[in-house]
Design a protein around this ligand. Sequence first.
Ligand SMILES: [Zn+2]
Length: 315
Amino acid sequence: MNEERRGVYPFCASCTACSVAWRVTDTSGPGSGHFYGHRDTCQDCGSSIRTPYHTVLWVPVSKLGEFRVISTGGRNYIGRKLIAQPVHSVVRGEPVSAIAEHPELEVASEYRTAEAYWEDSEPGQALPFYQEALVEREKVLRADDPATLRVRLRVAQGLLATANYGRAIAWFELLTPQLVDVFGPHHDLTHAATEAVTGARLMVGGPRAEARLLADVVAADEQDVGPGDPQLLRDRAALGQALLACGEISDALYALSRVVRDARPGHPDTAVYRAALLDACEVAEARGKRREVLLAETARQVLSDESTPTGMGTD
Ligand SMILES: [Zn+2]
């Protein structure tokens, strides 16, 4: 389906096609910029296949796989994770949306206006209209309905286009697992999200800068909205992920646990937040530092507590 896709700078098209976006490594973190091996150097883009040295994010190498890596000077690298299965092995039909039962959504003026701006390459102008359209869709459609996800992606892209990098990253992180579930890992929409978040991260400049930015975003949210507000949940979850990426495991566990506790019961987003917390627990356990392992234990109790919201159930 994506034969015609161009590469994602600085990777060429064929190297892009067999890999997925991955975080920029943080030069100040242990293990960053260290790789084993150096093979299959690409004639087009100069990337080569390498395996992270001992740990990345303190997770054993065996769990991380191989990366296509391009050096960007000094100890800075951009990596793309190789996909285990070939891109074309999964053939899926387009998922079915419930929007057929709500035809008014497709003709709503805010949605029409948003689409018109988008087609004119005015994502910034389209953004507020997509945000309004999204509110209307989420009233009647599931958050992970294909028709909702399309608008969610536009909102994220609009935030990116208007240099709201922190909130854009938060949206892409929430969206990407949902796009993977609903459309599949190799769908154009999924690719659009994973590539956009890579671009946003390049603009922000590494996990530490990302964590600082998101801490400011969360502080602003806390002034404006209540603890269970979707925007605050999303931004705080992204803060947790950024903290995890720069090795602040305890703070990451704290932030993600808080998101999971405040999340909306039975909402598809809650499943994403729970999965992120579970990942953080696994990182803490793999790293094996006593204090973090104990915090992970507490976090797992939050996850298994019956009063903690789950992503399933009511709808
Ligand atoms: Zn290449």
